[in-house]
Design a protein around this ligand. Structure first.
Ligand code: NI
Length: 201
């Protein structure tokens, strides 16, 4: 089977070149994982200061968008902490690039997440996190456009609060609003910073 050896060697070489290519630090040569995905679009909401805010408010800037709610006991705080820790690591390494990025938290619980509630909530995770709320219809439309599922749980009589089931993903969008990549908050702050550094220029 010596005859096959040269072919195997060439195949192995080609494979190694492919792997090296994948590790290249030249983002222009890479297609964003979410390129062409039908995610994102127009929304009309208000921010934590009560200012009308639409998708166009972020035109020209990258956005890392996450849907959740401030009463969320576990997933949202963990996700936002990883996101903002990663953001700060990215910002200290690449301040000019980080200035082009806005982390955005959109509530799926507009009944309780008023602008005032969101103001103190986003402040707890640090600047420049933006919190958005709106009418139930506006929130529903935004969640649908961004591929987010949420469902308010029924509460037992006398229960003081309720939970809202929701899908949990942070998606990075580009300056024109096009989806770029998932931000891996479940892998911790360093993975977040690495993803931001890869795509935000
Ligand atoms: Ni949550």
């Amino acid at each position: 089977m010596n005859v096959r050896t040269p072919f195997a060697a060439i195949a192995a070489l080609a494979l190694s070149l492919t792997v090296l290519g994948g590790c290249s630090r030249q983002p222009a040569a890479q297609t964003p994982p979410l390129a062409g995905a039908r995610l994102g679009g127009a929304f009309s909401l208000v921010d934590q200061d009560g200012r009308p805010t639409t998708d166009r408010s972020f035109a020209g800037r990258y956005r890392a968008v996450y849907f959740g709610y401030s009463f969320c006991p576990d997933v949202c705080p963990t996700t936002l902490q990883a996101l903002m820790q990663g953001y700060r690591a990215f910002a200290s390494a690449s301040p000019a690039e980080a200035a082009k990025l806005v982390p955005v938290f959109i509530t799926v619980d507009p009944e309780r997440d008023t602008p005032a509630v969101l103001k103190s909530y986003v402040a707890a995770f640090g600047k420049p996190l933006v919190g958005l709320t709106g009418t139930p219809d506006a929130i529903a439309a935004a969640a649908k456009a961004y591929g987010v599922y949420y469902h308010k749980q029924a509460t037992a009589a006398g229960a003081s609060g309720y939970l809202v089931d929701h899908s949990s993903q942070v998606i990075l969008f580009g300056p024109d609003g096009q989806p770029i990549a998932l931000v891996p908050t479940d892998q911790g702050a360093k993975a977040v910073a690495d993803t931001l550094a890869q795509w935000v220029h």
